[in-house]
Design a binder for this molecule. Structure first.
Ligand SMILES: [Zn+2]
Length: 873
C-alpha cells in the first residue's frame, strides 16, 4: 500500500459529543501474510443528542459494524471520510451509553510505521510505531492524545510466536497452530502509546526493579542485551526517587526493533528502540554505544511518568513532552553515569537550537497545531533542545528543589490524565511562590532567541540590554522582549562571583557586588541560559585569556558556540574566528575540542573553496595534530570515556580533511584487520577506520563492505558498514553505492544513509540530488513516511543552485510530501546565510589561511585576539 499517513492525517479534531470510555481490540496477526483481520469493541458515551459522529480508521476495510444501545441494536450507516469513518444512525442518538462493534481487515504497513511487518533471517515479525497519528491505520480508534482510556488487547498469533503488549498477559490458550494471548486491561492510555510486537522473539530478564521486566530481541540476538539489562534498572530506580512516584505500570519491556525510524519510542511499559541503540556486542563495546544506550534509555524512561502517566492534551504541547524527557533523562544520566558528561553535550545541542532560532523562518516552540500534518516537523531541535534548555534555565532560576516540587505536584495532580503547559506553569508557580508562567511564556510563545549585551560602566556597574538575535542583514519584524533569568559571572582579578537577576525590560543597569574593577565578565554563567550574549571586543578577548582557568567546560563550549553566532551576525570577523577557534583545540576537555570540530565543519562549508583547499588542509593538521598527539592514537585502559569518543573524530578530520598519510595508512590497515577478524581492533575506532579506508577504497573493498553489511549479526556492525558504504569517493564506486541503496537489502530507515553521505562531498552534491529526484517515487514509497522532509536536505549546501531546483521539484503536487514546504524554507535560510557569510568573510579567511600556510611545518604561532587589533568590525 503506497500511502503517506501523515499527509492524510490533517483535519479538524474529533468532537466531544460521542467519546470512547473503553476499547477492546482483537487482532489475528501472522506477519508472514501481508494482511490481517481484527475486531474492536468500544464503549461509548453519547453526551448530547447527536445526528452523526466520526472517529479514526485509515485504509481499513470494514466487514461488519454494529452500534448498540442498552435497549438493542441501532441502525446506522457508515462511510469513510479520509482518515475518518462517519457513523450516521437512522435517527439522532440520545445521550447515554452505547457500544460499537467492528469487524475489519487491513494490510500490514511495510515502511516501519503504524502496524508493520518485517523479516529478519527468514522469520517474520510485526511491530508498531503509532506516534503521532498511525494507530488509526492499525484499527478503528479515537486517535488523539486526549482520549485517554483503558484498552484490552487480545492477539491471535502463530503458536511459536511471542506476543507483547502494554500489560502483562492475563491468559494464553493454544488451539491448533494458533495461540490466543489476552493481555490485562491497561490503565488509561492514549492510542499513540499502545504497542504490539509479535514473532519468534527472545527475552532477557531485567532484574532489581519494582516490577518484572525484560529486554526483547529478535531471534538470535538475546546475547547482545546484557548492557541494556544492566543499565535499565539503575535508571528506573533513580527516576522513581526523583519523582517520588513508583514506576507506574505493572511490567517493563524494552524492545530492540531492527526496522525502526526513530531512535526509540516511549510506548507505555513496552518501549521500542532502534536495535542499534539497545543491543551491544559485549565483546566489542564502544563508549559511544554505551553513552547512546544510557541517554536514550533515560529519556524514554522519563516519559513513563512525563508523557505516559500524565499526557499532553494536544500536540501543541509536544515540546513539553519531549523537552521534559530530554531534560530529565540527561539529569538522571548525569547523576548515575557521570562519565558520559550529558551536561556538556547539552551545551552543544543547545547551540543547534539557537542557530535555528537565529532565522526568521523559525517558529514559536508552542504553537497552535490544527491537524497533525506537520507533527513530524514539530519534533525538531526546538522541541527537544530548546525546550530542554529553557527548562534548565528555569530550574536554575528557581533552584532544583523548588523546581522538583513543582514537577511532582504537576504529576500527582494529573496522573492517569491529560495536562497542558499551563498546568505545569501553575504547579511551578505554586512551588516557587512567584509567577513562573509569565517569564516562561516569553520563551515558549515567541519565536527566536534573545541577545543579551553587557556593557561595563564605571564604578562596577553593568548595563544589560536585550534584543532578538538575528543573523547578518536580517531585521526583526517588531521589537520583542523576553523575561530572561540572567546569571553574570565576573572577576576583579582575584575573586570570581556570580549575580542572578531577571532582565525583563529592554535594558537594565546593575551594580556588581564587591567589584569596582571588572577584569572579565561572562554574561551567561554556566551557559545555563537560553540566550546569546555579546560583550565588548576587549572583554571577549579577556574571556578567552581567562577561559582555561576561570571558565567551566560548559562555558568554554558555550563561548565557541556564541563566537560562531557572532560570526553569523556580523560582529566577529572570519579570520578572528579561525584564530580563536584554533586556540581552543588545546583545551584539556575533550568536549571542548568536539566544539572546535563543529567550528571547523562550519569553516569548511562556508569558506573552503578553490584557492584555499590546500591551505585548509594545512590548518586542520596544524590545529588538530597536537590534540591527537596529546591523547595518543591508541586507547589507554584507564582513559576517560570522552577521550575515547574524541579520538575517532580527530582521526576522521586528520584523515579526510587533513589528508594525513599516516592516519590514512593506519586506518586502512585496521579496516583490513577488522574485516578479517572484527574483534582484533579497538571497537571505539572500528567505525572511523572503515570510513577512512573507504575514502581511497576501490570496488573490491566496496564488495567486501557490502558483504559484511548483509551478514552482520550485531546492529553496530551493520551500521558501521552501511555508513562506510557511503564514504567511498572513486566515481565508479559512488555510482555502485547509490544503486545499492535501492537494489540492496536496506531497511526503510537505512535507505537514505548512503546518499546523504555522498551528498556531503561537495563534488557529488549534484549527483546525489539527481539520484534522489530520478528515483523519487521509489524512495518515497519505501522510506518511513515522515522521512519525506529528509529529501529536502539534498538541496542544502553553500550555494543556491540546488535550492532553485528543489523549489521547482517540490512545487510539483505529487512531490509535495507533508512538511516539505516548511523544511524547504529552513534549508533556504541556511543556504542563503551561508552564501552571504562566504561573500562577507571569505577574503579574510583566505588571507588568514594563506598566512598560516606560509608558516606550515612550524608550530602554529600563539594566537592572540589583541595581536591583529580588532576582533569586531
Ligand atoms: Zn521523547
Amino acid at each position: 500500500m503506497a500511502r503517506q499517513p501523515a499527509a492524510a492525517a490533517a483535519g479538524p479534531r474529533l468532537g466531544h459529543s460521542v467519546v470512547p470510555t473503553f476499547e477492546s481490540i482483537r487482532l489475528v496477526l501472522d506477519p508472514a501474510k501481508p494482511d490481517y483481520t481484527g475486531t474492536v469493541h468500544i464503549d461509548l458515551s453519547v453526551r448530547e443528542t447527536t445526528g452523526s459522529f466520526v472517529f479514526h480508521a485509515r485504509d481499513i476495510t470494514i466487514a461488519r459494524l454494529k452500534l448498540s444501545s442498552k435497549t438493542g441494536d441501532v441502525a446506522a450507516g457508515h462511510a469513510a471520510e479520509g482518515d475518518e469513518l462517519r457513523i450516521t444512525p437512522g435517527r439522532p442518538l440520545e445521550p447515554g451509553p452505547y457500544t460499537l462493534d467492528i469487524d475489519f481487515s487491513s494490510d500490514f504497513n511495510n515502511q516501519g510505521a503504524g502496524l508493520y511487518r518485517m523479516q529478519v533471517d527468514g522469520s517474520w515479525y510485526s511491530f508498531t510505531q503509532f506516534e503521532a497519528a498511525d494507530a488509526r491505520g492499525a484499527f478503528p480508534c479515537w486517535d488523539e492524545p486526549e482520549f485517554k482510556n483503558p484498552f484490552q488487547v487480545t492477539l491471535v498469533v502463530p503458536k511459536d510466536h511471542l506476543a507483547i503488549g502494554n500489560t502483562p498477559i492475563e491468559s494464553e490458550r493454544v488451539e491448533g497452530d494458533q495461540k490466543t494471548v489476552a493481555f490485562e486491561r491497561t490503565p488509561p492510555l492514549p492510542t499513540y502509546l499502545l504497542a504490539i510486537a509479535t514473532g519468534p522473539l527472545e527475552t532477557v530478564a531485567l532484574r532489581g526493579m519494582s516490577v518484572p521486566g525484560r529486554v526483547v530481541t529478535v531471534r538470535g540476538s538475546a546475547g547482545l542485551a546484557q548492557e541494556a539489562a544492566r543499565v535499565t534498572p539503575v535508571l528506573v530506580a533513580a527516576l522513581e526517587k526523583y519523582f517520588g512516584i513508583p514506576y507506574p505500570y505493572h511490567k517493563l519491556d524494552v524492545l530492540a526493533v531492527p526496522e525502526f525510524w526513530a531512535g526509540a519510542m516511549e510506548n507505555a511499559a513496552a518501549i521500542t528502540f532502534k536495535d542499534s541503540v539497545l543491543l551491544i556486542d559485549p565483546g566489542a563495546i564502544s563508549v559511544d554505544q554505551r553513552r547512546g544506550l544510557v541517554l536514550v534509555t533515560a529519556h524514554e524512561l522519563a516519559h513513563m511518568w512525563f508523557g505516559d502517566l500524565v499526557t499532553m492534551q494536544w500536540w501543541d504541547d509536544l515540546w513539553l513532552n519531549e523537552s521534559f524527557a530530554s531534560w530529565m533523562g540527561d539529569r538522571i544520566a548525569d547523576q548515575e553515569f557521570p562519565e558520559f558528561k550529558a551536561e556538556l553535550a547539552q551545551v552543544l545541542s543547545m547551540q543547534t537550537a539557537m542557530t535555528t532560532d537565529a532565522h526568521l523562518s523559525t517558529r514559536a516552540m508552542r504553537q497552535p497545531v490544527e491537524g497533525v500534518e506537520n507533527l513530524d516537523q514539530l519534533a525538531d531541535e526546538l522541541t527537544y533542545d530548546k525546550g530542554q534548555a529553557v527548562l534548565m534555565m528555569f530550574e536554575r532560576w528557581l533552584g532544583p528543589q523548588t523546581f522538583r516540587k513543582g514537577v511532582v505536584d504537576y504529576l500527582k495532580a494529573h496522573r492517569w490524565g491529560n495536562a497542558t503547559a499551563a498546568d505545569l506553569s501553575r504547579s511551578l508557580s505554586k512551588a516557587a511562590g512567584k509567577d513562573v508562567g509569565g517569564p516562561m511564556a516569553t520563551f515558549l510563545d515567541q519565536p527566536g532567541v534573545p541577545l543579551v549585551r553587557a556593557e561595563i560602566l564605571p564604578g562596577g556597574r553593568v548595563r544589560l540590554s536585550q534584543q532578538r538575535f538575528l543573523n547578518y542583514g536580517t531585521k526583526t519584524p517588531r521589537p520583542v522582549t523576553w523575561q530572561i533569568p540572567v546569571i553574570l559571572k565576573y572577576s576583579n582579578g582575584r575573586t570570581t562571583r556570580t549575580l542572578t537577576l531577571m532582565l525583563a525590560d529592554a535594558s537594565r543597569t546593575v551594580t556588581l557586588d564587591g567589584s569596582s574593577h571588572v577584569a572579565w565578565l561572562h554574561p551567561n554563567a554556566g551557559e545555563s541560559g537560553y540566550y546569546r550574549w555579546q560583550v565588548a571586543p576587549q572583554m571577549l578577548s579577556a574571556l578567552a585569556d581567562a577561559a582555561p582557568k576561570a571558565l567551566g567546560a560548559r562555558e568554554r563550549i558555550g563561548y565557541l558556540g556564541n563566537l560562531s553566532a557572532l560570526l553569523d551576525a556580523g560582529p566577529v570577523k572570519g579570520d578572528d574566528y579561525l584564530r580563536l577557534l584554533g586556540r581552543f583545540a588545546s583545551d584539556p576537555e575533550p568536549e571542548v575540542v568536539q566544539a572546535v570540530l563543529g567550528g571547523l565543519a562550519k569553516v569548511k562549508r562556508a569558506f573552503v573553496v578553490a584557492g584555499v583547499k590546500d591551505e585548509f588542509v594545512a590548518y586542520v593538521r596544524s590545529t588538530l595534530s597536537p590534540a591527537l598527539e596529546r591523547i595518543g592514537r591508541k586507547r589507554a585502559e584507564s582513559e576517560d570515556p570522552s577521550v575515547s569518543s574524541l579520538r575517532p573524530d580527530l582521526l576522521w578530520w586528520l584523515g579526510e580533511e587533513g589528508r594525513d598519510e599516516s592516519v590514512l595508512g593506519d586506518a586502512e590497515r585496521m579496516a583490513r584487520a577488522g574485516l578479517a577478524e572484527p574483534t582484533s581492533i579497538d571497537p571505539t575506532i572500528a567505525d572511523v577506520a572503515a570510513q577512512l579506508a573507504a575514502l581511497r577504497g576501490d570496488m573490491a573493498l566496496f564488495k567486501q563492505y557490502r558483504d559484511r553489511f548483509e551478514k552482520a549479526r550485531v546492529p553496530a556492525e551493520r551500521e558501521r558498514y552501511l555508513v562506510a558504504l557511503g564514504s567511498f569517493r572513486k566515481p565508479e564506486v559512488v555510482d555502485a553505492a547509490l544503486a545499492y541503496s535501492l537494489d540492496g537489502p536496506l531497511r526503510p530507515q537505512e535507505l537514505l544513509s548512503i546518499a546523504h553521505s555522498i551528498a556531503g562531498a561537495p563534488e557529488y552534491r549534484q549527483l546525489a540530488w539527481d539520484w534522489m529526484t530520478t528515483n523519487f517515487k521509489t524512495i518515497s514509497g519505501r522510506v518511513p513516511p515522515n522521512y519525506g522532509i529528509d529529501l529536502v536536505q539534498f538541496a542544502d549546501g553553500c550555494s543556491t543552485d540546488l535550492l532553485d531546483s528543489a523549489r521547482a521539484f517540490f512545487s510539483i503536487p505529487e512531490h509535495d510530501l507533508p512538511g516539505v514546504s516548511t523544511e524547504l524554507a529552513k534549508v533556504a535560510d541556511d543556504v542563503h546565510d551561508c552564501v552571504a557569510l562566504r561573500q562577507r568573510e571569505q577574503p579574510a579567511v583566505a588571507a588568514f589561511l594563506h598566512r598560516q600556510a606560509a608558516v606550515a611545518g612550524s608550530p602554529d604561532p600563539p594566537a592572540t585576539m589583541t595581536g591583529s587589533g580588532q576582533l569586531y568590525r
